[in-house]
Design a protein around this ligand. Structure first.
Ligand SMILES: [Ca+2]
Length: 366
């Protein structure tokens, strides 16, 4: 069973429950401030963002844009701490590091995770079936996501989300090839997080998550929480930390919002034409994971599909999974394969989700 996290928080979805005037006022009262002062003392020399004029300027602008209490936002950002270990986790692996699907797969698909998945499915079979009925997203896929993300709630991350987001918003590593874009991304996430916690009357220093600020069983970023999280157990609030039902419904809702097509397989197997002169591999790989080829055009370029794949009517992508020094693996990904990559932009990730879900379903059938 899922353990209740000690710093239980209940972030309320944007429109689930109107926040009363008293709740809003609470933030402006002395209570938050005295807790903040205590925290400030605990910081004890490690860099807090109050020393950074651009962080405080960001706080002022954010408060203005979102119509939040300026002092509250300044206090939150000012007391967020720089996490020195976080920026380097954002850097892409060193050039020359060969990707290896078999190694990646073995990190996520093992007997321990499969057993935990089986338990999760047994405990929440009705909810998973309801999500499948209402959204058309298979239980297997939802089980795959929550398993890969957090081993069914066992590893939801232990970074203070506030510190992680502030670090990435103000100190994203300049060496990253897309540093400017990523900085903007994390500044928007920080803004959403503060807006969400302020509205829900939650201390922004309470929620814990990944080094990137992802939270709960399905590791939702703040903007995804605001846009796609739902109350699926009907208690009137959205809690992706302690309510597996809310997490299950929210993952399904996320998929539907990102183009999941009920009933469509995620991928088909591929064999290359035995005559290498007939295989236009560069052309097939050019669109990367974006489904761009009809089944017929894919086969005309030398990627031969299995019987079901040859009948597929939507666009397909040739997905390449490298295996270190060995030959890569290939599959033909559908729009549903692509939808899984909207959760985490990696074909390796999507394949691990699919295969973990499949393994848990197989264990369940035994
Ligand atoms: Ca709920």
């Amino acid at each position: 069973m899922l353990k209740t996290v000690s710093t239980a928080i209940l972030l309320i979805a944007s429109c689930a429950i109107p926040i009363s005037a008293t709740a809003q006022k609470h933030h402006k009262s002395g209570k938050t401030r005295s807790a903040a002062t205590a925290r400030s003392a605990a910081v004890n020399g490690s860099m807090a963002y109050a020393t950074r004029p651009e962080a405080l300027q960001f706080a002022d602008d954010l408060a203005e844009r979102r119509d939040l209490d300026r002092e509250w936002v300044r206090q939150a950002i000012g007391q967020a701490r720089f996490l020195p270990q976080v920026p380097r986790l954002m850097l892409p692996p060193a050039k020359g590091t060969a990707k290896n699907w078999r190694v990646y797969r073995s990190r996520f698909i093992d007997p321990v995770r499969i057993r935990a998945g089986l338990r999760f499915w047994q405990d929440h079979a009705e909810t998973l079936a309801r999500a499948e009925r209402e959204f058309g997203v298979p239980a297997e896929t939802i089980v795959g996501i929550i398993g890969v993300e957090t081993i069914y709630g066992q590893q939801m991350g232990n970074f203070r989300v506030m510190d992680a987001l502030a670090t990435l918003a103000f100190d994203f590593p300049a060496a990253h090839p897309r540093a400017a874009e990523r900085t903007e991304f994390f500044q928007r996430e920080l803004e959403q997080f503060l807006s969400l916690t302020h509205r829900s009357n939650v201390d922004p220093f309470e929620p814990r998550g990944s080094y990137a600020g992802a939270m709960g069983l399905g590791q939702f970023m703040p903007s995804s929480w605001v846009r796609y999280a739902i109350d699926f157990d009907g208690d009137g609030r959205v809690d992706l930390f302690n309510s597996p039902a809310d997490a299950i419904g929210s993952v399904a809702n996320y998929f539907i919002a990102h183009g999941w097509k009920p009933g469509m397989p995620t991928h088909y197997s591929v064999q290359f034409d035995p005559d290498p002169a007939r295989v236009q591999l560069d052309e097939l790989l050019a669109p990367d994971i974006l489904p761009s080829f009809s089944a017929a055009s894919m086969q005309a370029k030398g990627a031969m599909l299995d019987a079901a794949g040859a009948q597929h009517t939507g666009p397909l992508a040739l997905v390449e999974l490298q295996n270190g020094d060995d030959a890569p693996s290939y599959v033909a990904g559908t729009e549903n394969f692509y939808a899984i990559t909207r959760y985490n932009w990696s074909s390796y990730y999507a394949m691990a989700v699919i295969e973990l879900g499949h393994e848990v379903a197989a264990a369940r059938a035994r």
